[in-house]
Design a protein around this ligand. Structure first.
Ligand code: ARG
Length: 593
């Protein structure tokens, strides 16, 4: 479906042309003065020079041509040359009727559909998830859903951090505790046990212990580095232990991500490209890209237009060990070979920007990607506490994701009980707890996604969990309200599917209709700019428009059946749009709250 603004623009462009002016002048935008009109066109001002005419005269001529339009109800020329416009109720009605009939409310999907791999999550195995991983998961999941909705073939890869020093630290600590483990016996040639010699809770304790020891004890740290090296180079016992660490961590990670309503299609990790690294290094050397510098192997990636220094991309350290760059590059090679994506999207904290700049340039230069493969990096800002510093626990420690979620859910539960109390009904405890989880997730996700991703934001428990204002719970509350009206209508004997959208009878209804009509434009923008916050802003406006209409209209007691049916139809469309949007943001609405 065409966007509503484009349809209105076309109408005005025709009028410019008919009056003898350049058609391009007829571009219409939303009004800056909603008190005066719904849409405006500033083309007469732009045309004044070219046609040596007062803009107001041009505007008047165009306005005259628009009398009798099927699209526009009121068109007036206003000094110095604006065209102020209101659209016809019947035009909006027809537009919404078509939206309701169309798949995806008339959103047109990009052709040909793109194949995309999105790399988000990036948790490090054996380390608990903390709030730093939260943003990546929340934003990445939403981007994935938006791209998929827009028709792309997109897969998400968690890209586990399973290559670094944490692996060696855990292995070293295990060796101290259980030196007789068969994994440490160099002469052993048999199969290793299927069961790991530790559980997830042991692992969660082993890592911090080892990490603390390595900070105090140089020799311990050296051992851990040695163990990391052995693991990375596939020394049998070390490799087998590393794989145990990964496999024991995964179910725990899955549970955590499931609670966040985040799902990855691929559960690959850095260590999965171990065998590709030597091949890639060889290619880079043969191609004349990689050279030795102070013993290390590097690829130059600086460009003439650089305004800041971009250091060479290091592929291997002087001791032959591979780095974060190396696994990222080898992963690109792997992804190109197995999935042939048109586009790669990465999400991390924006402090990793330089890393990705180097990796992308290196991949491009060494031909790991095709010339037209897009590589997109989205760096997000920090989630801060109310003091403006990175979010911490009350004691000042790193906040674990599970604890953060628990705190939000508790606060939500309290608010749900309080709300029930003021409204004078009783809540079922079990149901209230389930609802608190659903609404709590919306509070966290909306609180995050409503900000532009690159910006830092303040995690404000009170504000995020409020039922009023620009919050997730407010959006859910609106959806629940609509659902409740719809079920009452059904209880009265109304048939939801028989309802038909009608022309608006008052301003608040028309405003709601015009908000709903923006859907495909907003979605296209959110997709093209990879910007979930645009969806948040849209549903906030839509929810406000609905609530305004709701407060001014007695829907269920209306006696004019055609009117009532029109309103119900509009409510259904509004609910469907809101539910589609929150699904794209990665949360859902409860039945009641
Ligand atoms: N594991 C990394 C971290 O915790 C994030 C990984 C992001 N993805 C990537 N392909 N480098 O910082």
């Amino acid at each position: 479906m065409q966007k509503i603004l484009d349809l209105i623009s076309e109408e005005v462009q025709k009028a410019f042309e008919a009056a003898g002016y350049d058609k391009e002048l007829g571009k219409v935008t939303l009004s800056n003065r909603p008190d005066l009109c719904e849409y405006q066109c500033n083309g007469a001002m732009a045309g004044a020079k070219k046609y040596h005419k007062a803009p107001i005269m041009i505007a008047q001529e165009v306005a005259d041509r628009l009398a009798g339009s099927d699209v526009l109800a009121e068109v007036s020329a206003a000094a110095p040359g604006f065209l102020n416009m209101k659209v016809k109720e019947t035009f909006v009605r027809d537009y919404l009727r078509e939206m309701r009939e169309s798949e995806k409310f008339g959103l047109e999907v990009p052709k040909p559909a793109k194949k995309i791999i999105i790399d988000y999550g990036g948790p490090n195995v054996a380390k608990p998830l903390h709030v730093g991983h939260l943003r990546s998961a929340i934003i990445g999941e939403s981007i994935k859903r938006i791209c998929r909705y827009a028709g792309c073939d997109i897969i998400g890869d968690i890209h586990l951090g399973d290559w670094g020093l944490q692996m060696g630290l855990i292995i070293t600590e295990l060796q101290k505790r259980q030196p007789d483990l068969i994994y440490f016996d160099d002469s052993y040639e048999g199969e290793y046990p299927k069961e790991a010699p530790f559980t997830i809770s042991e692992l969660e304790e082993i890592y911090p212990t080892a990490s603390a020891k390595s900070k105090e004890d140089e020799a311990y740290k050296a051992e851990a580095m040695e163990a990391t090296y052995k693991f990375q180079n596939g020394v049998r016992g070390y490799w087998a232990l590393g794989k145990h660490i990964i496999h024991v961590s995964i179910p725990d990670l899955k549970r955590n991500y499931e609670n966040l309503n985040v799902e990855f299609e691929l559960w690959k990790g850095e260590s999965d490209v171990r065998d590709i690294i030597p091949v890639m290094v060889e290619d880079m050397k043969k191609g004349g890209y990689a050279y030795e510098s102070d013993g290390a192997l590097v690829v130059d990636v600086k460009e003439e237009t650089d305004t800041k220094e971009v250091p060479p991309c290091m592929i291997l350290k002087s001791d032959g060990a591979s780095l974060y760059n190396t696994t990222d590059l080898a992963t690109i090679m792997d992804r190109m070979e197995h999935y042939q994506p048109d586009k790669l999207i990465y999400l991390t904290d924006k402090r990793q920007e330089l890393h990705f700049e180097q990796v992308f340039r290196c991949a491009r230069k060494t031909g790991l990607v095709n010339e037209d493969t897009e590589m997109v990096y989205i760096g997000f800002g920090t989630m801060n506490g109310k003091d403006g510093k990175p979010f911490k626990t009350r004691e000042g420690g790193v906040m674990r994701l599970e604890n953060l979620i628990r705190e939000i859910n508790e606060e939500m539960l309290r608010k749900i009980r309080e709300n029930a109390e003021t409204k004078g009904y009783t809540v079922d405890e079990k149901e209230a707890e389930e609802t608190a989880k659903v609404v709590g997730l919306a509070a966290i996700k909306y609180g995050d996604l409503s900000n532009q991703a690159s910006k830092d934001y303040i995690f404000d428990m009170d504000r995020f969990t409020s039922f009023e204002g620009d919050t997730g719970p407010y959006i859910l509350y609106t959806i629940v309200r609509i659902k409740s009206i719809l079920s009452k209508f059904a209880e009265q004997g109304g048939v939801l599917t028989d309802t038909v959208i009608e022309a608006a009878v008052n301003d608040s209804e028309k405003s709601l209709m015009l908000e709903a009509a923006k859907f495909n434009a907003v979605m296209e923008g959110a997709y093209e700019e990879i910007a979930p916050h645009r969806i948040c802003a849209y549903i906030y406006d839509l929810a406000n428009a609905f609530n305004h209409f709701y407060h001014e209209t007695k829907i269920l007691t209306e006696e004019d059946m055609q009117k009532k049916s029109g309103w119900i139809a509009l409510l259904i469309l509004t609910r469907d749009i809101l539910e589609t949007c929150i699904d794209l943001l990665g949360f859902s609405a409860p039945e009641r709250m």
